[in-house]
Design a protein around this ligand. Structure first.
Ligand SMILES: CC(C)(COP(=O)(O)OP(=O)(O)OC[C@H]1O[C@@H](n2cnc3c(N)ncnc32)[C@H](O)[C@@H]1OP(=O)(O)O)[C@@H](O)C(=O)NCCC(=O)NCCS
Length: 180
């Protein structure tokens, strides 16, 4: 699966492409916003911290990880995690700059990687997880055709509390037999 990944994908309005250190200020615009970071990472305190994250996560371990670019500006990231070649499964994860919410950009990017996963990578099961209260993420999972699988009760230590994670997926059978 990994070797079939392309570096860049185009959608109707967006480019999904590697994140570079030059994108740090655009990433910092949202990674420094506690509201934006709340569900996914620790709020970044400095541009240097964001640069280091870009180097470590998006350059050194960048396979399957994409910046979401709108008119050449980085407005978020989306990526495959936990790529499991043998079982042909992977997890999808995403974050969007809050300033750009409500336009369908994250859905457009997620639909693209979903299609790439099944059509190009030969995947069988694409899944995603959200903390029980992350409604926006849950709605996105539903929009891209995922079905709820269940709740991983108290499986995540989150901001000082032990919380439930909800797991969703879409399978090749869902696509083939129209159960979407
Ligand atoms: C999860 C997250 C990416 C969702 O962002 P979002 O903007 O709601 O999702 P989209 O970009 O797909 O936009 C969908 C919204 O745009 C609207 N929209 C407008 N045009 C649209 C279009 N062409 N296609 C789809 N939706 C469209 C939808 O109705 C929806 O609005 P609503 O929430 O008021 O119903 C964002 O909230 C986020 O980054 N959160 C923090 C990080 C996070 O939680 N990541 C997931 C961890 S599990």
């Amino acid at each position: 699966m990994r070797e079939k990944l392309k570096t860049v994908y185009q959608t109707e309005r967006l480019l999904l492409a590697p994140v570079t250190v030059d994108d740090a200020h655009n990433m910092f615009e949202y990674s420094s916003n506690p509201e934006n970071a709340y569900y996914v990472f620790k709020t970044n305190k400095s541009l240097d911290e964001t640069k280091n994250i870009i180097r470590k996560i998006f350059i050194e371990n960048g396979l399957g990880k994409y910046g979401i670019f709108l008119n050449e500006k980085l407005i978020g990231t989306i990526y495959f995690l936990n790529i499991d070649e043998y079982n042909k499964s992977a997890e999808l994860s995403y974050v969007l700059n809050k300033k750009f919410e409500g336009n369908g950009y994250a859905t457009e990017a997620a639909n693209k990687l979903r299609d790439v996963f099944f059509a190009d990578l030969g995947g069988e099961r694409l899944y995603a997880r959200h903390t029980f209260e992350n409604i926006k993420s849950m709605e996105l999972m539903a929009r891209i055709g995922m079905k709820i699988e269940g709740t991983l009760r108290k499986s995540y230590y989150f901001h000082g509390r032990q919380v439930d994670l909800v797991i969703w997926s879409i399978t090749r059978d869902d696509l083939l037999f129209g159960r979407r």
